[in-house]
Write a protein that binds this ligand. Structure first.
Ligand code: NAP
Length: 247
């Protein structure tokens, strides 16, 4: 799975799953732009990409803002002339039961997780169609597949991403642009480290693999979907969850 000459943009790549995706794509040969909010952490990831022998670019982008995405992605197009791979990974949680959920928390999660992917897709898609090559990978979640109490905003956004994936995949399949989703299970990152020990133990008990996933478990799936070899796979959801949910 050689990604030489490919240009990738990974959102939310300052840490966690996004950082792992950026590094794995770079190791496979791609030049990688990392788009996130925290410049300092992104600079560190950029150094790691360069250490792998690839070009790196750091983009201060808030994916929930169309203007911010346009400005950041514009820098990549101006400098590297194309975008071949987009990983829509930026995501947040604001968990609560629906009866207690604040409108603001509903809105914020939808704006980042779902609108964010929409804005990024809009910025890259015409170029991918023109060059007859593109790989878009949207990071969804196991809870969008299985449901879960206390996450209506998050699950609506992540299930929305699966719908978006299928719709856009249908529109651009003839142009050699694939659009797929990856649905991670319970992955050890800063997003899950805040969970109370009791919840963590309950989750571990329902994972047949008997362990939490790692950011690399997800990144390897993303690398596959980003490859030339995955060209006939589109509109799919790749579940990477240690057996926690079997479709
Ligand atoms: P993470 O460590 O919190 O990383 C998410 C990154 O996205 C952070 O660097 C965050 O920046 C950034 N981000 C947040 N809002 C943004 C915005 N508006 N614009 C640009 N960047 C933004 O989380 P993770 O666990 O690696 O999760 C990555 C993705 O996988 C998310 O979409 C998440 O929903 C999904 N996922 C995770 C798990 C899991 O178990 N960890 C399971 C299923 C799905 P700040 O830190 O500055 O906010």
């Amino acid at each position: 799975m050689n990604l030489n000459e490919r240009v990738a943009v990974v959102t939310g790549a300052a840490q966690g799953i996004g950082r792992a995706c950026a590094l794995v794509l770079a190791e496979a040969g791609a030049d990688v732009a990392v788009a996130d909010l925290n410049m300092e952490k992104m600079e560190a990831v950029a150094k790691e990409i360069e250490a792998a022998g690839r070009r790196a670019m750091v983009l201060s982008v808030d994916v929930s803002s169309a203007e911010s995405v346009k400005a950041g992605f514009g820098k990549v197009l101006e400098t590297w002339k194309k975008i071949d791979i987009l990983v829509n990974n930026a995501g947040i949680v604001r968990d609560n039961l629906i009866l207690r959920m604040k409108d603001e928390d509903w809105d914020t999660v939808l704006r980042v997780n779902l609108d964010g992917a929409y804005h990024c897709i809009k910025e890259v898609l015409s170029g991918m169609v023109r060059q007859r090559y593109g790989r878009i990978i949207n990071i969804s979640s196991v809870v969008a597949r299985a449901g879960n109490a206390g996450q209506a905003n998050y699950i609506a956004s992540k299930a929305g991403l699966i719908g978006l994936t299928k719709a856009v995949a249908s529109e651009v399949a003839r142009k050699n642009v694939t659009v797929n989703a990856v649905a991670p299970g319970f992955i050890a990152t800063s997003m899950t480290e805040k969970l109370p020990e009791e919840v963590r133990q309950k989750l571990l008990a329902v994972i047949p693999a008997g362990r939490m996933g790692t950011d690399m478990d997800i990144a390897y799936g993303v690398r596959f979907l980003a490859s030339e070899e995955a060209g006939y796979i589109t509109g799919q959801v790749l579940d990477i969850n240690g057996g926690m949910y079997m479709a």
